[in-house]
Design a protein around this ligand. Sequence first.
Ligand SMILES: NC(=O)c1ccc[n+]([C@@H]2O[C@H](COP(=O)([O-])OP(=O)(O)OC[C@H]3O[C@@H](n4cnc5c(N)ncnc54)[C@H](O)[C@@H]3O)[C@@H](O)[C@H]2O)c1
Length: 431
Amino acid sequence: MKETVRIGFIGLGGRGTGMLGELLECDGVTVPAVCDKYEDRARKGDEIVFEKTGVHPDVYLNHRELLARDDIDAVMIDTTWITHARIAIDAMRAGKHCAMEVGGAASVEECWQMVRASEETGKFCMLLENCCYDRKEMALFNMMKKGLFGELVHLAGGYEHDLRDEICLGRENRHGRLYNFQMRNGELYPTHQLGPISKMLGINRKNRYVSLVSMASKSRGLNKWIKENKGEDYDLADYAFNQGDVVTTMIKCANGETVVLTHDCSTPRNYSRAYRVQGTKGVYMEDGDSIYLEDSTPHAGGWRHDPEKFDKYLEEYDHPLWKKYRKDGIHAGGHGGMDFLVLSAFVESVKLDAQPPIDVYDAATWMAVTVLSEQSIALGSSAVPFPDFTSGMWIDREPYRRGQFCLEEVCEDCFNPDDFLTSSVSTQVGE
Ligand SMILES: NC(=O)c1ccc[n+]([C@@H]2O[C@H](COP(=O)([O-])OP(=O)(O)OC[C@H]3O[C@@H](n4cnc5c(N)ncnc54)[C@H](O)[C@@H]3O)[C@@H](O)[C@H]2O)c1
């Protein structure tokens, strides 16, 4: 295992600058090179690295020049949605492991290219789906593995986030979301809940998604926001946005479970990922923070209108990674700590030169939902087949790597109370 790793950083918008600072907090990480196509943003990256380390990185405006260096172990890609896959493919072909921020794919072809690049080069491609490391999501995973929900039947989730200002002011703020809402119509941001859902369902490991159907509502929210905030004369006031305000997607699994995803970013609303985990023994629902378990909820089987609050279960079923993380003091980072955990998982994989807990097959599968949903909607909500990016290996995959950051099982035995985040390594594998 390497003690230190050198990571190049590409994409320094709002998210990139935050994640760069957090990456530099991980043990043994140096960032010798930063890149953004806008010079002021690339310079901001330089400032962040200098402030944290006292050393100036090299600054690039073209990611290919950064990738041509031979002193970098991995790159982190924090660019816009439609550039993640292209840069990841370039990175792997240039001999670097990579991690990408979340977003959907623009084509099924680019998902295949990511898979081929990883298989042919032996370099990994991790999707930085931080929600897989959220405390609640991890506790629910722990509960599912302990059998509290029985056999899983149905899962749901979504990205329900009022982003009207961020979308509508995309040109003023040089932000990438606006163009996607203008020109596309689909489940644009599937992975925040699909990541945890896929790990619950064992997708690409003895289960897989087989087909998908999407439906989009009409589009009203962005025009209304623009008229109210930018005036009737603003040039986008009556723009015919393609993206429906609420997009609903249903996915069928090979093992019979169903998944429903909701994308809702252009209406006034509270934030929710609307997680729902439903099995033969009970159900958890994020909205209302409620849980109902046949074996333990008081009055279960009788007065069924009375669920419990999930918080009661959180302490008892906290994932060991979170128990340790809370004991040691949560890193003062983004999104309640899950950003630091997903970065730590990435850094550990680079140090070990080993597959990450969210690999290229996960990335291709989860990201493909965007383009498949666009196809389904364009075809009048027809069912579309889901590609098998493992080419049959889901039936009999190579074992996964066990460890503290493992997302296939809860590896209790890998936790050493005195030694957190730096020696979580396990050489054991699991089926
Ligand atoms: N996981 C999370 O919780 C979370 C939160 C916020 C954003 N995100 C994701 O992070 C990513 C970035 O988000 P953002 O809000 O910072 O977006 P942004 O549009 O503000 O920033 C993207 C940056 O990438 C740069 N870029 C684009 N193409 C490039 C290229 N070829 N080479 C170099 N630089 C390039 C742009 O110039 C821009 O500065 C998005 O995918 C977003 O969905 C994730």
